[in-house]
Write a protein that binds this ligand. Structure first.
Ligand code: M6R
Length: 612
């Protein structure tokens, strides 16, 4: 949450920062701001989107080759111009952008007020700016980096910060704890950002800051120390990131583009891993550690939101085919429970961003208990990717829409490959079934393309239900998590209240909701549960509910019974989630659009949840 960009070098900083903020806008879009240090300090900030800031500041004095910028997801204080970052300290010596939460800000603020400090905003960040200034003023021996280090030593909480000092005009200080920051190394120029996307077009040499690192950057130097003031050695990484342009192409929204990309991204996910001869599945990131993983006594899969739904599908697959006990946990619960786990357990953390605060905390807890920790992650070089023992990238490409789509299908693809690989290694699956499933998985992209051709039909259905107040999503087996995911998509972008349920649970409560106003989306392609889910549909119909059924092509029974149907190609039940989720994403997209909602940037949400 919140995106930070900084630049120091010889180019104009303003356009680099604005473009970088546009890349990072998925992290928060309540307000945006920029500070430029060029002789004098110029700070421009605006409630609203980066484009509003760009318009506002374009006419102003925005020259200079040193600056920082921020796009905000509000934590302390409502989104307005005053609370927007950058924040300037009372005497104007320090300007700071911040991602994270200073938990003890009230106490620090009280002390600063006693020292005569006054505040213009409700933010925790302004407290930090003033605290840095306070230390700076204690002695002429104290430079800006020391002032930052002293201030951070008093802070409880999470931060990624970039700081400018008006009295040290060739320097930027950046630091992190809990909130990601990466520094790109150029030729006498440096780029700072919350993730690598804004940096990738300028350099492939990067340094990922670790917790409590403080980087001191001038045009000619880059040094690292930590909050304890101990020098830290630089670890330069090669950034292997192809980002293309931040461009919706022919699509109206990033979400729609990402939905349509899925046949290709699923292929990318299994490219080079799923062999055409259907023999070994190769997961390069796990090779060294696989002999240990295959002997695990138990697997625990952890994630949040959509990643948690993918985890449920992984559980079903691993238990069915690899016959290994699996538990699925919400990261936000796991991290605060007293879970029993040890060195014979394998913990898999799933995260698109690789920066979700709760998932990272769960990772640390699992590590501290001696478990083997693996990551399934989309963002290359993210904290999750760096902190796990080993992992698998999903290779879905950058996902900009806040509602996750292609990242989900990529996660499920990785989990399917992992489950089959485990099943084979543990000798729980015969060659014929294994090869059949590999083939089924390899056919998903082509079948997915056929579903996308159904867009107009889905749009017509969306038109019928766009004014609903509530919606129910039902599924069984592998399709229960798909029902949960469909409901999440609808609620997050259309603001219609939607519940996902295991269809068998309907009679235990949710059936009370059914009346002639309730759309009930039933994920009902032909599988072992088909007869049962047909009965569930009958029960809904008997109470006048409106059934929208996702069915296997040619299903005449449900064509008669349901109010609306969306056909998907026949596939094996274990890979059916990869297909059946696509129409649910499209349905949510069209309904949200028809309701006039901001599909790519839904209210109150941010893509990367880096605070708990
Ligand atoms: O980056 P992560 O996968 O860790 O993010 C987890 C959730 O915040 C995320 O899936 C969220 O639920 C999405 N907005 C769902 O579309």
């Amino acid at each position: 949450m919140c995106g930070i960009v900084g630049y120091i070098g010889k180019k104009e900083a303003f356009p680099i920062i604005i473009k970088g903020l546009k890349w990072l806008e998925y992290r928060g879009y309540d307000s945006a701001g920029v500070a430029l240090l060029n002789g004098s300090l110029e700070v421009y900030k605006k409630k609203g989107k980066v484009i509003d800031l760009e318009e506002f500041a374009s006419e102003k004095n925005n020259g200079g080759s040193l600056g920082i910028g921020h796009t905000r997801w509000a934590t302390h204080g409502e989104p307005n111009d005053e609370n927007a970052h950058p924040h300037v300290s009372m005497e104007g010596m320090f300007t700071l952008v911040h991602n994270g939460i200073i938990e003890n800000y009230a106490e620090l603020k009280e002390d600063l007020i006693k020292h005569g400090y006054r505040f213009n905003s409700e933010t925790d960040t302004e407290v930090l700016a003033n605290l840095v200034e306070y230390f700076y003023k204690q002695s002429s021996e104290i430079n800006s980096e020391t002032a930052v280090q002293l201030a951070l030593s008093k802070v409880v909480g999470a931060y990624g910060i970039a700081v400018l000092c008006s009295e040290e005009k060739d320097k930027m200080v950046v630091a992190r704890k809990g909130s990601p920051l990466v520094v790109g190394l150029g030729n006498k120029e440096y780029f700072v950002a919350s993730d690598a996307a804004p940096i990738a077009e300028f350099t492939s040499q990067v340094v990922y800051l670790n917790d409590e690192d403080i980087a001191v950057i001038t045009r000619n130097s880059f040094t690292l120390k930590n909050v304890q003031n101990t020098p830290v050695s630089l670890k330069i990484s090669n950034l292997d990131l192809e980002i293309g342009e931040l461009d919706k192409g022919e699509y109206e929204h990033f979400m729609l583009k990402e939905i349509y990309e899925q046949p290709k991204t699923i292929e990318e996910t299994f490219r080079g891993r799923l062999r055409h001869d259907q023999s070994e599945i190769v997961l390069g990131g796990l090779i060294n550690i696989f002999p240990k993983i295959e002997k695990a006594e138990r697997i625990i899969i952890i994630g949040c939101g959509t990643s948690w739904h993918a985890a449920l599908i992984g559980e079903y697959m691993l238990e069915e085919y690899a016959q290994i006990p699996v538990e699925v946990e919400y990261a936000s619960e796991f991290r605060y429970r007293k879970p029993v786990l040890g060195e014979n357990d394998v913990v898999i953390l799933i995260s698109q961003s690789g920066e979700t605060a709760d998932t990272l905390a769960a990772l640390e807890l699992a590590k501290s208990k001696g478990a083997t920790v693996l990551g399934i992650c989309n963002v290359v070089g993210s904290t999750l990717a760096r902190e796990t023992d080993a992992g698998v990238y999903t290779h879905a490409g950058i996902e900009i829409g806040v509602a996750s789509t292609k990242a989900f299908t990529a996660q499920v693809t990785v989990l399917t490959m992992f489950a089959l690989k485990m099943a084979k290694a543990r000798k729980k699956i015969d060659t014929e079934e294994y090869q059949m499933l590999v083939k089924e998985l390899s056919e998903i992209p082509e079948k997915g393309r056929l579903i996308l051709e159904n867009n107009e039909n889905i749009k017509t259905i969306a038109e019928k239900y766009k004014d609903a107040i509530n919606a129910l999503y039902l599924g069984r087996g592998y399709l229960f998590p798909v029902a949960l995911e469909g409901a999440l998509k609808l609620k997050e972008i259309s603001y219609i209240h939607a519940e996902g349920y295991a269809a068998g649970e309907m009679k235990h409560g949710p059936i009370a909701l059914v009346d002639d106003n309730l759309p009930v989306v039933v994920v009902a392609p032909k599988d072992d549960y088909y007869e049962k889910i047909v009965s569930n549909i009958q029960e809904v119909k008997a109470r006048k509910g409106n059934v929208i059924a996702i069915v296997t092509e040619g299903d005449v029974v449900l064509k008669e019974m349901a109010n609306d149907i969306i056909e998907i190609p026949d596939s094996h039940p274990a890979v059916a989630p990869l297909l059946s989720v696509i129409p649910l994403q499209m349905l949510a997209y069209h309904i949200a659009l028809m309701r006039g909602c901001n599909v790519d940037q839904p209210r109150n949400l941010a893509k990367s949840v880096t605070v708990e």
